[in-house]
Design a protein around this ligand. Structure first.
Ligand code: HEC
Ligand code: HEC
Length: 442
């Protein structure tokens, strides 16, 4: 280790001139004019889902309402120890689901089921939420994680208290609801508006679908394999297909009701919808709601317990693995009442997976209107590295727990008041002037 670098690093670590105190208010990065949250879907899609939209008449999406919802969704102050936000488990980069099998709550505890995507939540016509449908509406649902003892740990009263504590909410409530009354009802409405605004509609499938009259026609932008997979997906089992669209249907690729898809022969630990109310409903034991499978490539692992890590495993389940659960869906039984065996060839199975990957919409992960508003990327500052260490005109506290090397043009990434240098291979040169851009998330 070069001694000069070491000395410089240590100096940087300890010496910092803070000319400006950066507060949370500074971090909230919202546009002056709110983003548009009523996405305009292509015609084939809009017409198809118009009658399955679960938006209630008293809570239509407004741009200011969804903006408030966005801030709430990303605000870690809404967990008891301020460590977890909704977005900690519904990650934009992971299709608004969680790549963990079970999610981790505020105190490190695990959720009892896998965190599913909230994409296209709007198009589950029954309007019920959670794998076991225990929430009657999305407005009911969004207040539950806040009060869940594993997830966020607040009491009902603490929800509005925590929101009222933050200086930025006053104006956001005025914008959204006309005055600054902060109530759980308004919090739930705003969160639900934001979630309903998150719709996927820019996949390869959408491009192809827009060019034909019905989804059964071959898409010219698809490979032969993808078209074959599409056909298997849409064709009912008795006609040689996989029957998938029977349960993952419409242009939103959503189900119409909870079903049992035969992943277990019996239900012991998780009774699903059948166990969601005080008396066990035998005919619903082992049935689960499924959210949209749009973007399914990005939302692994799969099923309510996250048991499958790949789409190949999912397809193999439907191909040869379906078990004779007492409540197995009729769609997945043969004429004798036994679990169906698709017995697809390897080529057919690969085609089905290839088709599901055409539902991937990478724009979901980069849409700014759905992203973390506590992230700033537009603050920039310049500084000079001198023999006394690092000084900047618009000071920032840099702490990298060790050697920090800064060079002209390098980027500083500030995380919760501590900055780390994005590219640690930069070498500090005394006397160099640099411009740093801060990308920071609260
Ligand atoms: C600690 C992780 C965690 C946090 C934090 C969390 N969720 Fe979830 N979310 C989950 C899990 C796990 C499920 C599935 C639970 C179940 O079905 O029993 C879920 C389910 C959902 C669903 C149901 C989707 C559907 O199709 O039925 C919605 C909507 C949702 N969460 C929204 C939110 C909102 C809004 C917040 C913040 C207020 C939030 N979540 C915070 C883990 C989390
Ligand atoms: C009878 C209805 C039904 C049919 C037919 C069906 N599914 Fe499913 N599917 C479900 C249910 C219900 C779940 C969730 C089950 C659970 O988690 O316990 C599910 C889950 C999935 C998942 C994981 C979703 C997630 O968010 O984790 C994928 C992928 C999937 N199915 C693909 C397919 C494919 C491909 C086919 C056709 C070969 C198919 N499904 C046929 C009902 C069905």
């Amino acid at each position: 280790m070069n001694l000069r670098k070491l000395v410089l690093g240590v100096v940087i670590f300890f010496l910092f001139v803070a000319l400006k105190t950066i507060t949370t208010v500074d971090y909230l990065n919202l546009p002056v004019t709110p983003f548009e949250y009523n996405v305009s879907l292509p015609n084939f899609y809009a017409n198809n889902v118009a009658n399955i939209d679960n938006s209630p008449a008293n809570n239509p999406i407004t741009n200011n309402g969804a903006t408030l919802g966005r801030v709430l969704f990303y605000d870690k102050n809404l967990s008891i120890n301020r460590t977890v936000a909704c977005a900690s488990c519904h990650k934009q980069s992971e299709g608004f689901s969680d790549s963990r099998i079970l999610s981790i709550g505020f105190a490190g505890g695990s959720t009892s089921r896998h965190g599913m995507t909230i994409l296209n939540a709007r198009y589950y016509q029954r309007g019920r939420f959670f794998w076991d449908e225990r929430a009657a509406t999305l407005e009911d649902q969004v207040l539950q994680p806040l009060q869940d003892t594993v997830e966020m740990g607040l009491t009902a009263n603490q929800i509005s208290e925590r929101v009222a504590e933050q200086p930025y909410y006053n104006q956001l409530f005025i914008n959204a609801f006309g005055n600054n009354a902060i109530t759980n009802d308004r919090i739930s409405k705003a969160l639900a508006q934001f979630i309903r605004s998150i719709v996927s509609y820019q996949s390869k499938y959408d491009i192809g679908r827009a060019t034909v009259n019905n989804p059964n026609q071959a898409f010219s932008n698809f490979t032969n394999q993808e078209n074959q997979g599409k056909q298997l997906f849409f064709t009912p089992i008795p006609q040689g297909g996989g029957g998938c669209a029977g349960c993952h249907g419409t242009e939103a690729f959503v189900s119409t009701r909870p079903e049992n898809n035969g992943i277990d022969a019996t239900s012991t630990t998780d009774l699903g919808v059948g166990g969601a109310s005080s008396t066990i409903r035998q005919n619903l034991v082992g049935t689960f709601k499924n959210s949209s499978i749009r973007n399914i490539e990005l939302t692994a692992p799969y099923m309510h317990d996250g048991r499958f890590s790949t789409l190949e495993q999912v397809v193999e389940h439907y191909n040869i693995g379906i078990q004779a659960h007492p409540n197995l869906s009729g769609i997945l039984k043969d004429a004798n009442g036994n679990p169906i065996r698709l017995n697809f060839s390897t080529a057919q199975k690969n085609a089905l997976v290839a088709f599901m990957k055409t539902l991937t919409d990478t724009s979901v992960a980069t849409e700014v209107r759905w992203s973390n508003p506590f992230c700033q990327t537009n603050l920039s500052f310049t500084g000079t590295i001198n023999s006394g260490g690092f000084q900047s005109s618009n000071a920032i506290l840099v702490q990298n727990g060790g050697i920090t090397q800064v060079q002209s043009g390098s980027y500083v990434n500030l995380i919760s008041g501590k900055a780390i240098i994005l590219n640690p291979s930069f070498e500090a040169k005394v006397g160099s002037v640099f411009k740093a851009q801060i990308s920071t998330c609260q």
